[in-house]
Design a protein around this ligand. Structure first.
Ligand SMILES: [Zn+2]
Length: 66
């Protein structure tokens, strides 16, 4: 399986699975969200403990009563 279009100067782009959504994320300096695929996923991971775990006065997401 040869691909002529591979003969370019462009370095190979390393892809890693996003820790949050498992989608392929570009692992290079141009991806400021690496190893995440987007700001959304990065923010989700970052704020998981900070926002949700320490949220005060938030009702439980799933009331287990009845
Ligand atoms: Zn993601």
């Amino acid at each position: 399986m040869t691909s002529p279009s591979n003969l370019t100067d462009a370095p190979p782009r390393r892809m890693v699975p996003c820790p949050n959504c498992k989608a392929p994320a570009l692992f290079s300096p141009e991806n400021t969200y690496r190893p995440f695929c987007s700001a959304r996923c990065q923010g989700h991971d970052f704020g998981a403990w900070a926002n949700e775990a320490y949220r005060v006065g938030a009702p439980p997401p799933e009331p287990d009563l009845e």
